[in-house]
Design a protein around this ligand. Structure first.
Ligand code: ADP
Ligand code: MG
Length: 225
């Protein structure tokens, strides 16, 4: 964890740059994608294979820029008092069909929590990233257990536990490094942005994992930042 904290600090300047570049790439990208879609319709079968490749590649750039945009510097006025249980609940609902399709059961244990000062859209992104990773780590299905409770008078605790492939010690050290992924279609940006958001919120995150058994992510967030 010590190491992960340092890496995330180094990222902030680079992250800002990445986020502004991502922002500039998004608009032209959206317009190209739109025209490609129109073109595809008028072309019928001819060369649609190439168009599909172009479309897939554009979607990939879109996914990457989308994740990098999360690094954009949050404005102070974006922090509001929110109910984390509500945000968690919404994300679980949002991902329920994806979980179901992958034979994953999501169990949620939520205590009544104090509201915390946060950027709801960013925390939502964190929860989506973590649950998606857990689903992707369990190709044969399994359980994700999400727990949230008050930790101290000033902090809350949120835990995500899965029964997935687990992460080796060697790979654990690389997690959060931009573009580090073991997935064919991964971006390797999810954990980096997750870590960055937690730190922006004044929180900490710990990962513990056992190969073949699963992964546990512990998050501590201050109630007021
Ligand atoms: P991506 O999901 O696009 O690969 P992430 O930054 O979200 O990028 O994750 C980086 C890598 O960390 C993944 O490719 C995977 O190897 C590993 N990882 C993350 N979460 C888990 C998990 N819950 N179980 C197993 N491996 C994980
Ligand atoms: Mg991911």
């Amino acid at each position: 964890t010590e190491k992960m904290l340092l890496e995330s600090e180094k990222l902030s300047a680079v992250g800002q740059l990445a986020a502004s570049i991502a922002h500039e790439i998004r608009n032209p990208l959206t317009s190209i994608k739109g025209f490609l879609q129109l073109y595809k319709k008028s072309m019928k079968q001819i060369n649609s294979e190439y168009l599909n490749i172009m479309s897939d590649e554009l979607s990939r750039i879109e996914m990457i820029t989308g994740e990098l945009l999360v690094l954009a510097k949050p404005q102070a006025h974006h922090f509001h008092n929110e109910r984390v249980e509500k945000i968690l609940d919404d994300v679980v609902t949002l991902l329920s069909s994806q979980a179901l399709m992958n034979n994953v059961e999501v169990k949620v244990h939520l205590e009544d929590l104090p509201q915390i000062k946060c950027i709801a859209s960013q925390l939502k992104q964190v929860f989506i990233n973590l649950i998606k990773n857990s689903i992707e780590a369990m190709p044969d299905g399994g359980e994700i257990t999400i727990m949230a409770k008050k930790h101290t008078s000033t902090t809350i605790f949120i835990q995500f536990a899965d029964q997935g492939s687990g992460i080796s010690e060697e790979l654990l050290a690389k997690i959060g490094t931009p573009f580090y992924t073991t997935k064919e279609k991964g971006t390797g940006l999810g954990m980096m942005t997750t870590l960055k958001i937690i730190h922006t919120h004044g929180g900490t995150m710990n990962i513990s994992s056992t190969i073949g058994k699963g992964t546990i992510i512990d998050i501590y967030l201050p109630i007021s930042i």
